[in-house]
Each structure stands twice: as C-alpha cells, then as structure tokens.
Design a protein around this ligand. Structure first.
Ligand code: NCD
Ligand code: ZN
Length: 343
C-alpha cells in the first residue's frame, strides 16, 4: 500500500471555539497535529493575556488523554489594546502572536480594528518586542466587490504596513489570490502566509455552480481557478514563506444551512488528508512535509516537532456530520470519499 510519512505537522491557523463545540472539534486536530495557533475570535474576543491563559486551560482540558497537543495562543487586537498588554504577551511563553481583524471583515470581528493607521503605535511595539502580527487581509468597504477585497487590502493597507514596519513578522492569513501570493513572494523574509485546504482544492464553482453550497462558504471567499492554481504553485514550491494553516472554522450545521449562513469551513476532521490530496494532484507529495511540518515552526521560531505521522492511500467516506445530540457540524467533503487516511 502507498504510504507517506512526515514529521508531525502544526496547524498555524485554527478556530476551535469553546464549550461543547471545542470538545467536539479539538480531538480531530490533536490526532493530526502537534501544535496549533489558536484564533482568538471568541464571543467575547480574547484580548488579554489573562483571558488567553484561561482559554488555554479550557483547551488543555479538551485534549483526549492519549494525545499530545499544545495550543499556541494569540490575542485579538483592538483599538484599545495597550502597549503594556503587548509587552505582557511578548513575555509570555504561551502567547505567540496578535491577530488583526479589520472590524466587520469576518465571523466575530465586530471588535476588530476600525482604523488601521490609528494602531500603528501598537504595530511599532510589536515590531520592537518581536511578536508576530497575523492579518485577516480583506477590506470591509461595502462598495468593494467581495472577490476583490483581499487584493484591495494589500494595496490599501498591507504595503504601507510592511513599508513602515520592516522588522515586524507578519503572516497574511489564508491567502486566496495570485496577488497575495506575489505580494508575499516579493516581501522580505519577515512576511509569510498560510494556505487552507479548501483554497487549494476548490474554486468558486464549488460554492456556486449547480446550486449554492454553504459548506464551501468561508472568508476570504474562494476565488476563480487561476487563483487556485497560483496557491497550489506557492504551497508546493518549497518556498518557506508558505505554510499550513487550515482555518478550520466550525459552525453548527443549522447556522450554515440557512438564509444567511456563517462564514467558515470545517476541515479539522481530515486536514492532512485534504492537503495530501491537493499535493498529490500537483504531483508534489515530496513538498508536503516542509509545508506542513517545518516552515511554520521555523517562522514562529519554535523547535520542529519530533515524531511522525503516516498517511496511507486508503479510501474512506467522510461522515455527514460530527457532534452528539443537537450539536451538528458538517465537515468539508461530507458524505464524499477521500483518498488518503491518517494511520
Ligand atoms: C472564521 C470563523 O468562522 O471564525 N471564518 C472564516 O470564514 N474563515 C473567521 C476567519 O478566519 O475569517
Ligand atoms: Zn480563520
């Protein structure tokens, strides 16, 4: 049987929520990944070191006893974040980054930053204290076409940020366009990007052709085929600026399959398998380990993991939903067959 063994990977962009949803989704990630960068967009958002440490404890409680997994916490940047909090975060071994959501850009981003220029003193502090900034790179301008919002963010904000803070380590999260890929490639080694499985595997036809399919709706929205090809090329290039971040973002099925469905694809149930499919299609399985297990750790200055995971070429069917009782989460590729399976 065909197998592929790689060093244990990390997920550098993950939503696990809290409460019952956390207990349902976390085991999926913990069996595949050694560590994950945990997004802070809870309700209310995780804005302080104290809140992040409490949230970390809740996550630790949800890890199945037989699994070894480390949550890497982040703080949600707001207009009222203080330099003192940034100092505290940089000094904490458990806090690894700040996340910038433009206010209103995505799920639970209402407390995000409304005026990006106004927080430049905070970015200066992050640069000085050497703590990374993770960016949801989309403008929130209603007049801007939703398919152009990432490109507009790069032109309107990101270029100015990287020009003003050349020493700041930045991850442009879940890149979805050829323009974002080009921007990251042309930037210094302080600028990197995560890429999700859905943006490598699907173009916007998956979302809209033949009927509207809410489980493919996430932000930034899936783009046309030429962008998908640029992302595959970047992910499989061996360029260490591009690494794995699933953006697995669970929402209850009832909140996805409705007149105004939430943004977010749930992929943690089969994250590595989905990436393996994308890399195999590009005839680049040999590049999966760097993307999944090395480059993200290197960027965050974490030791590379020891231990390995093995995927085998075995077909299995993704269940229709996960979660017990009235908790139902529909995963990516629900009811469909996957070619790779984690041993
Ligand atoms: C994420 C979520 O649901 O928290 N949704 C999404 O569509 N990706 C938020 C985010 O990362 O934008
Ligand atoms: Zn996300």
């Amino acid at each position: 049987m065909k197998t592929i063994t790689i060093t244990k990977p990390d997920d550098l962009h993950l939503h696990v929520r809290n409460g019952a949803v956390l207990k349902t989704v976390l085991p999926h990630t913990a069996r595949q990944f050694a560590r994950a960068i945990i997004m802070p967009n809870l309700k209310p958002p995780v804005t302080t070191v104290a809140q992040a440490l409490t949230y970390r404890e809740e996550i630790l409680q949800a890890i199945p006893a037989e699994l070894d997994f480390a949550p890497l916490m982040t703080l949600y940047l707001t207009g009222s974040t203080t330099e003192a909090e940034i100092k505290k975060a940089a000094a904490s071994e458990h806090i690894h980054a700040f996340k910038l959501y433009p206010a209103g850009a995505t799920t639970n981003s209402d407390s995000g930053v409304a005026d990006i220029k106004a927080i430049y003193p905070l970015l200066a502090a992050m640069e000085r204290l050497d703590i990374p900034l993770l960016i949801h790179g989309e403008v929130t301008d209603d007049a801007c076409d939703i398919f152009d919002r990432e490109r507009a963010f790069i032109d309107t904000y990101l270029t100015d940020i990287t020009d003003n803070f050349p020493g700041l380590r930045i991850v442009l999260e879940h890149v979805t366009t050829a323009e974002a890929v080009q921007f990251v490639q042309a930037s210094s080694t302080n600028v990197a990007a995560t890429i999700t499985p859905q943006h490598l595997l699907f173009n916007r036809n998956a979302l809209l052709a033949g009927g509207i399919r809410p489980h493919y709706y996430c932000l930034p929205i899936i783009k046309r085929e030429s962008h998908r090809l640029a992302l595959v090329e970047a992910a499989t290039s061996g360029n260490p600026k591009f690494f794995l971040g699933t953006d697995s973002a669970p929402h209850l099925t009832s909140l996805k399959e409705t007149a105004c469905g939430c943004a977010g694809c749930y992929s943690a149930h089969a994250a590595l398998e989905l990436y393996a499919e994308a890399f195999e299609r590009a005839d680049a399985l040999d590049k999966l380990e760097g993307f999944a297990s090395f480059y993200g750790a290197d960027f965050y200055r974490l030791p590379r993991n020891s231990g390995t995971v093995t995927l085998e070429k075995t077909a299995w069917k993704v269940p229709p939903t996960y979660g017990k009782g009235n908790l139902s989460i529909t995963p990516l590729k629900a009811n469909e067959e996957l070619g790779w399976k984690l041993q």
